[in-house]
Design a protein around this ligand. Structure first.
Ligand code: ARG
Length: 404
């Protein structure tokens, strides 16, 4: 039986040409796998037919939208995952779920190799290949763009020579990756990091400078997951989609950042993640109300480490899995409602209420009748500051106290 390769297929020029290109370079049969992670755009059946027309022996389409939202975006929300405090891991989250489907297809069609269309400069090649290795250490990896010299010019020439049913003239200046959690745009004039993004960069968000009248949403969470918006039950996927639409209309979630790639390059990326940014704002505030102080502080560190692991392609790693268990345990009481105002590019929390709240009005109030016994504060500070007092006395005795 001929060797078989499963190719992560997007329907675009590179992976369409990749089908024949891999076949010619390796003699293998190519199975094209397209995974729907809510990227929108072309109909998946059209994409499947194109793969077959480009020479794939099988073309497989997986609707992974609910799975992606529930098993990938929701853990990112639980972690309040923002790489370098800004980027909600859009592409980094989709790679592991895509790989799951690639590996499943490889097993089903008895392929020994998995191929992807990444270049040799980015994070995604690492994410694909480390994820493949983690799920199926016996499978080989192939990246035609990187390993088989499939350049863009060669791809255009190849597609035209074979009359492949794919647009070769439409040249977007950008490299774009998108899914339901957000959208990443790079290359073109954005590579000059002084150049501001132009209007045509954005599609998930409208101009925050001209927002419609302000919108307000009440999001109910249970176990750290959004379960209702304005009283209507939602699945995780529906919650993200609705917030994408509503926060997107207000221009929320535009991010322009020079980021540290795993491969050591600094790169400029423009993102739009209206739903993710609004949901993270609401979720993080509900944690402020329901998670005890020490747990909350430690969780911030864990969340950041989790985010870096996911960014760095370690979704299926033992450490990431262990941190998942920790983060899941922190979400048990993250329930209740958050009211959030969406306007002019900002998602601002204006109210929160929860049965699991640790906020005690009677302790916090500065009005009459509080239940907090202020006389106890004195003794607390006395003991709390004891170590500093002792150290200061020692420093003074030795003449090494800080100069005032
Ligand atoms: N820099 C982002 C990441 O590594 C996005 C990568 C894909 N971006 C793109 N425009 N093709 O997660």
């Amino acid at each position: 039986m001929a060797e078989r390769v499963v190719l992560a297929y997007s329907g675009g020029l590179d992976t369409s040409v990749g089908i024949g290109w891999i076949g010619e370079a390796t003699g293998a049969e190519v199975i094209a796998v397209a995974v729907d992670v809510g990227q929108g755009g072309e109909n998946l059946e059209t994409i499947r037919q194109r793969a077959l027309a480009c020479g794939a022996v099988e073309a497989y389409v997986a609707d992974a939208r609910e799975e992606f939202a529930t098993e990938y975006c929701m853990p990112a929300l639980a972690a309040n995952a923002l790489y370098m405090d800004r980027y909600p891991l859009v592409s980094a989250l989709s790679r592991p779920v895509i790989v799951k489907h690639l590996v499943r297809a490889a097993r089903q069609f008895e392929a020994d190799t998995v191929a992807h269309g990444c270049t040799g400069k980015g994070n995604d090649q690492v994410r694909f290949e480390v994820s493949i290795t983690s799920l199926a250490p016996d499978l080989k990896c192939l990246a035609p763009v990187r390993d088989l010299a499939l350049t863009r010019a060669a791809a255009i020439e190849y597609a035209e020579r074979r009359s492949l049913p794919i647009e070769t003239t439409k040249s977007s200046p950008f490299s774009i990756d998108q899914n339901v959690w957000g959208r990443a745009v790079e290359t073109g004039f954005l590579e000059d990091i002084w150049n501001g993004p132009t209007k045509d960069v954005y599609t998930y968000t409208d101009d925050p400078g001209f927002p419609p009248i302000e919108d307000e949403a009440v999001i109910r969470f249970a176990g750290g997951v959004p379960v209702e918006i304005d009283g209507r039950a939602v699945t995780p996927l529906q919650a993200i989609q609705e917030m994408n639409r509503r926060a997107g209309a207000q221009g929320i979630g535009r991010i322009d950042i020079v980021e540290d790639r795993l491969v050591g390059i600094k790169s400029r990326e423009v993102y739009e993640a209206p739903g993710a940014v609004a949901l993270i704002a609401a979720h993080a505030e509900l944690e402020n109300v329901t998670v005890e102080r020490e747990l909350a502080r430690f969780k911030r560190t864990v969340g950041q480490r989790w985010t870096e692991l996911v960014y760095d392609g370690m979704w299926f790693s033992p450490l990431k899995r262990a941190l998942d268990a920790f983060i899941a345990s922190t979400q048990v009481f993250v329930e209740g409602e958050v009211r959030i105002t969406l306007h002019g590019g900002r998602a601002v929390v204006t109210g929160r209420r929860s049965e699991a709240s640790l906020y005690d009005f009677n302790l916090a109030t500065y009005d009459e009748g509080d239940t907090f016994d202020q006389s106890q504060a004195r003794g607390f500070i006395e003991l709390y500051g004891m170590q500093s007092k002792l150290a200061a006395a020692r420093d003074a005795k030795l003449g090494r106290a800080p100069v005032l």
